[in-house]
Design a protein around this ligand. Structure first.
Ligand code: HAM
Length: 420
């Protein structure tokens, strides 16, 4: 019979590297958890219109990459391609914006789904740590989030990345710029597809990766030159706060991002060791999204950091995290009686907070000691019926090979003193 494989563009997280993923999630979210962000979880599927309206009909994410399904009851659902639309939907639904202080600060950790061309660093199911601050227009909030993302990456030891920053303007100045850009694009030699894209969202053309297109864009009007006074002042304040916090950034006037809800501040963290899939995180301000979803005006800002790409970035920089040993003590029982006694001790050690494992289904002592070795434990506990009769177990230091008898009664305290 054929065996099964994980679907294209997905992969299994397996030990031991899965422990690194957990640690990455932990560290990427730690700065948020100490900055007033509360944890939120939303369904992995939503009414498909939430995404077409929120993320934007013209985006690749919605028009080409969405996993959609019709339920037996006839509901049209989409697997979430990103988290922001869901978080704003949940905020509005629960009236979080009316219940407490603004901004509503939320963070999440989860899987997202995009039917992309799968390759290294680009998956059809991937994980993000995300943050959204909903309901405040304040450059300090944009700066806070960018600083927290930078702190998060630094806490993992990453250094080979750049922060790109841009402003996309607001509903005053963007339409003026849009008209100028449309006029400019009309004079270029663009293929049918690109032209259609230009009609729906001309800014997206600036993001085209093809050299032939980029060459024609050299003299394109830049949004920066069209920003209204309010947007310019806002942008300058965000930048000043970043500089004061010691966060380096590069101005990228062509950074438009792949989602339609952005206004004003947009940013992306790009890593130098990842080739084409270089964005390890990105985000920005989305002042109009709540209204697009039928809510009141709630100016907001947020980001999503890619867990999978952060893992690859760490690999590229040769960073190895110091993780606590999964097993500190490994118990090997020689004989039925010994097994029962040792099993009890293993439970006691675990309850005392010491990571302990036990050899199950032991055939030979040699095999069991090999398992002890493979487990990475610092100590093995070996007990035969004779040891138990004497009320002791043998404690073997796996590094030195040294073996000493320890009173059964004193076992937990002895091991605790070794600070495992
Ligand atoms: P995004 O830029 O589409 O933004 O995704 C954020 C990050 O998720 C990317 O920088 C990348 O690291 C990771 N990512 C995206 N697609 C894939 C993929 N196919 N495979 C692996 N990693 C991927 C958003 O999703 C916005 N919701 C961020 C945001 C929050 N903006 C405001 N609030």
């Amino acid at each position: 019979m054929n065996t099964f494989s994980a679907p294209k563009g997905t992969y299994d997280l397996l030990p031991p590297s899965s422990a690194v993923y957990l640690a990455i999630r932990e560290r990427l979210s730690a700065p948020l958890r100490r900055s007033g962000y509360g944890y939120i979880e939303t369904p992995v599927f939503e009414d498909i219109k939430l995404f077409s309206r929120g993320v934007g009909e013209s985006t690749d994410i919605v028009s080409k990459e969405m996993y959609s399904l019709t339920t037996k009851g006839g509901d049209e659902l989409g697997l979430r391609p990103e988290g922001t639309a869901s978080v704003v939907r949940a905020t509005l639904q629960a009236n979080l914006h009316k219940l407490g202080n603004l901004p509503v600060k939320l963070w999440y950790s989860g899987s997202f789904y995009r039917y992309e061309r799968a390759q290294k660093g680009r998956y059809r199911q991937f994980a993000q740590i995300g943050a959204e601050a909903i309901g405040a227009e304040d450059p300090a909030l944009d700066a806070e989030l960018i600083i927290l993302a930078d702190d998060a990456f630094r806490s993992l030891g990453l250094t080979n990345y750049q922060l790109l920053v841009n402003s996309l303007g607001d509903k005053e100045c963007r339409p003026v710029y849009r008209t100028a850009l449309v006029d400019f694009l009309a004079g270029l030699d663009l293929d049918e597809d690109t032209r259609r894209r230009a009609e729906i969202n001309p800014l997206r053309v600036l993001d085209d990766k093809r050299q032939s297109v980029q060459d024609q864009l050299v003299d394109a009007p830049m949004l920066r030159d069209y920003l209204c006074e309010a947007c310019k002042a806002y942008d300058e304040q965000v930048r000043a706060l970043l500089t004061a916090a010691g966060v380096a950034f590069v101005d990228d006037p062509k950074l438009v991002r792949g989602l339609d809800y952005y206004t004003r501040t947009t940013f992306e963290f790009v890593h130098g060791g990842l080739g084409a899939q270089s964005a390890i995180g990105g985000g920005g301000r989305y002042d109009g999204l709540s209204e697009m979803l039928g809510g009141p005006a709630l100016p907001s800002v947020g980001w999503g950091l890619g867990v999978d790409r952060t893992f690859l970035a760490m690999e590229a920089e040769g960073i190895v995290l110091e993780l606590p040993a999964t097993t500190s003590v490994y118990a090997v029982a020689l004989g039925e009686e010994a097994k029962n006694v040792l099993f009890g001790k293993v439970t006691e050690l675990r309850r005392a907070g010491i990571a302990t494992d036990l050899a199950f289904g032991v055939k030979t002592i040699k095999n069991a000691m090999k398992s002890a070795d493979r487990s990475g434990a610092r100590f093995a506990l070996v007990a035969g019926d004779r040891d138990l009769a004497a009320g002791v177990v043998q404690l073997k230091d796996m590094t030195t090979g040294e073996q000493t008898p320890v009173e059964l009664e004193a076992l937990v305290t002895t091991l605790k003193e070794k600070q495992l």
